[in-house]
Design a protein around this ligand. Structure first.
Ligand SMILES: Nc1ncnc2c1ncn2[C@@H]1O[C@H](COP(=O)(O)OP(=O)(O)OP(=O)(O)O)[C@@H](O)[C@H]1O
Ligand SMILES: [Mg+2]
Length: 385
């Protein structure tokens, strides 16, 4: 539908009934791809449109359900708050928003529906950088990079990306919706309810994550040259667990990749969650895929221990990370020796001592499972979500 620029924006008739359809499908302004906000000639008040979106869309947090301690949990209790029913939310591009997920201010993350002919709705996630943010140009550039990397990846352990576009409201990327909690929510729930994640399931989740990482690390561009992808932000909130027990890596928001400049780190700056960043990255030294192997090791440490690996706040966290992982905590918690050795190797302060690749670490975990006659699958994970 082409936007009629003379038509005023209809006032909302109710909290959840902001009809932005005409607006959001307006043609992309011609000229330079990104213009500063005050240079734009939009004939509607962007701030108020975005405020309406915020007011209309509830914040939703997927929960861990189906465990003995989640009293009364069932399919309806999956979210802390219910998303909007189909057909009610405001639209961004071709997507109808249903709920807002926790996300950083640079890009809002929504669960949404792609509505097609015959009223068919497909659940999706829309990551959206609004144009009214003073840092729009930069936020957009980061989303472009994220899309760029994800568009070249195709793997069951990486969230699939559908499309990206700039519209009058901002820039968005549409992704596969993973129905389930992220690993941060999962871990917090296990700690709160004093449940241990079985070691074999912890190994399974990490093996799946490492498969996704190996795919990203070895991916090639359309010119068949290696892309040199490093995710740089492997942490529990970016590891999604589906109700069917699948594990999917997402949020390539600070990806390092050949040919992309938005993510070049300035001296003295690091991106990503510090408690999961490799020491060499924090020190500003050479960075490669082994930095993600390290983060996967920290993640495994936290899965098997049910505790944070580094607990300092603020800048002290950097000092703690540089001091290295306290491996004695694994022994004290009776983590099997051979598993502790794998964690120690993955999280070594010296990248040369780590597993050379993500798949090497995955193979070590698989061998450990086999030697100990563990049989574990997606069903085992699904059972504790
Ligand atoms: N494809 C998806 N399916 C389901 N949930 C998702 C999906 N993508 C993101 N989420 C949820 O939204 C949250 C924020 O998304 P994402 O990590 O991409 O954005 P972010 O703003 O970069 O977050 P942060 O800065 O906290 O890492 C995730 O932690 C996860 O809970
Ligand atoms: Mg994230």
């Amino acid at each position: 539908m082409v936007h009629d620029r003379n038509k005023p924006l209809a006032p909302p008739s109710g909290e959840n009934e902001v009809d932005l359809e005409d607006l959001s499908s307006a043609p992309i302004p011609k000229g330079p791809a990104v213009r500063a906000r005050d240079e734009q000639e939009l004939d509607f008040d962007l701030d108020s449109v975005l405020q309406k979106i915020n007011a209309a869309v509830p914040v939703v947090v997927p929960m861990v359900v189906g465990t003995p301690t989640a009293a009364g949990a069932g399919p309806a209790a999956k979210m802390e708050k219910d998303p909007l029913p189909p057909g009610q939310g405001p639209t961004v591009g071709n997507y109808q928003l249903a709920g807002r997920m926790r996300s950083s201010p640079a890009a809002m993350v929504f669960m949404a529906h792609r509505v097609s002919q015959f009223g068919i709705r497909r659940p999706v996630v829309v990551k959206f950088a609004p144009k009214n943010n003073p840092a729009y140009a930069r936020n957009r550039e980061m989303l472009v990079d994220e899309y760029h990397a994800m568009a070249l990846l195709d793997h069951p352990n990486i969230a699939a990306v559908y499309e990206a576009a700039e519209i009058d409201l901002g820039f968005y990327v549409a992704l596969e919706y993973i129905d389930g909690p992220d690993a941060r929510v999962f871990l917090d729930h296990k700690v709160k309810t004093k449940q241990q994640v079985p070691v074999e399931v912890a190994a399974f989740i990490t093996i799946e994550l490492l498969r996704g990482l190996e795919h990203a690390h070895t991916a090639r561009g359309l010119d068949d040259r290696p892309l040199g992808i490093v995710h740089r932000d492997v942490n529990p909130s970016n590891i999604l667990l589906s109700k069917a027990g699948q594990v999917k890596l997402t949020d390539f928001g600070v990806v390092k990749m050949r040919g992309r400049t938005a993510q070049e780190t300035q001296p003295g700056m690091v991106k990503g969650k510090p408690a999961y960043l490799a020491p060499e990255y924090i020190r500003g030294e050479h960075l490669d895929h082994r930095c993600d192997v390290y983060s996967a090791g920290i993640f495994l440490f936290e899965l098997v221990l049910g505790q944070k690996c580094f607990r300092a706040e603020g800048v002290d966290i950097f000092r703690e990370v540089l001091a290295g992982v306290d491996l004695s905590r694994l022994a004290k918690a009776n983590v099997p020796d051979k598993l502790a050795v794998i964690i120690a190797r993955a999280t070594d302060k010296d990248p040369k001592q780590r597993f050379i690749t993500a798949s090497d670490m995955g193979r070590a975990l698989e061998t450990w499972l086999q030697t100990n006659r563990y049989y574990v699958s997606a069903t085992s994970l699904a059972a504790i979500l």
